[in-house]
Design a protein around this ligand. Sequence first.
Ligand SMILES: Cc1ncc(COP(=O)(O)O)c(C=O)c1O
Length: 407
Amino acid sequence: MNLKELAWKYESPALFLKDKSFEHIFLKKAKGVYFWDQKGRKYMDMTSFFGVMNFGHSPDFIFKKKEFLIHGLGDVFSNVYRVKLAEKISRMLGGSYQSIFLNTGSEACEIAVKTAYLCTGKPYIISFKNAYHGLSGISLSLTDRFQKKYFSPFLYKKIVRMPFPGDEVSATKSLRNLKKALKKYPVSSLILEPIQGRGGIRFPPLFFLKELKEICKSGDVILIFDEIFTGLGRTGKMFAHQWYNVKPDIVCIGKGIASGLPLSVCAGKRELMNIWNKTEKETLYASTFSGNPFTCYVALEVLKKLQNMDLNKEVISKGKTLLKELKVIEKKYGKIIKNVRGKGLLIGFDLKFAENIWKTLLFKHRTFTLLEGKNLNTIALSPPFIINNSHIKEFIYKLEKILNKTI
Ligand SMILES: Cc1ncc(COP(=O)(O)O)c(C=O)c1O
């Protein structure tokens, strides 16, 4: 049986693309900006495999340790690396923060809203249109995507959904509606991505997050930023919220934190996170692999690398080069490509015939990008920070070639 037959026979189709027109690609190995499939074909990865492999694939620092305590305990005892990681995250966030370590981004968002509920006893949550916070448990309810319609009996119903504003007029309207909603519902938390990722790389106006914070503060609402995609240097600052000068009460971190090993974090102000100290005999939350020692060790290495890195040089200026090149293309092929936008190495642009162009990039030019946005008309780029000028040129060359044929 070939891999395609094996996949259809033994893997549930939950986790791979099922479009019959797709060539099946099975990932085999990866290094740096490139990966290879089962047939030995080489691809350029313009996504860091969804904002995870920020230092490129197979980074050397992961494989440095020869002996290791791979697994510790999810609860009962902490481990040396987990404690050190918690301290480091608190310092990075610039205050007194405590962390809960988890395995997926979805779990981190779930723990964040549960923390807010424990602290306030108020059942309502505010979330945004086009938001993406994961697809399991409560997170699926927070998310605004088609998957929900298949699981409606499992969804949490006490969620007020607000529009995510892309300009000043809609931001002002959204803030007004937020004030109204807070009068109507007992809300414990408001969760949002400071820049929407899967929703189509969307940026709110600068003043929006600042005013959001003020409104939350005066309404005793805990402000949660989901920085799972935007955090850890992706936008050129350690966290995207630093561009907006707004500190949240709780931050969710995931994806790139352990360079491909499953780890996520819900980090909140100490006075909030202490609420989890309710029971002595058994923890209030537990998960077998939470913050396992090897993953936390790798995360410590990742954060060390990030802190020693010149984000201006490695992320902001490379992002500017990529944006500049894309804007040149936008001018030339304005009928097909528009709204080139981005911060650091988180970049999006809208396309006519987006799906076809995405497929051509992948299957003909062996270049992997992400198709995002509610109508899947945005191509999102989140390349590894190790990308260089020649990778950028190679990508632009391929994209232009496709646009030239499409026009
Ligand atoms: C902003 C954001 N939050 C949460 C998640 C969910 O993370 P996970 O897939 O690890 O559950 C994602 C995943 O893409 C994300 O982009």
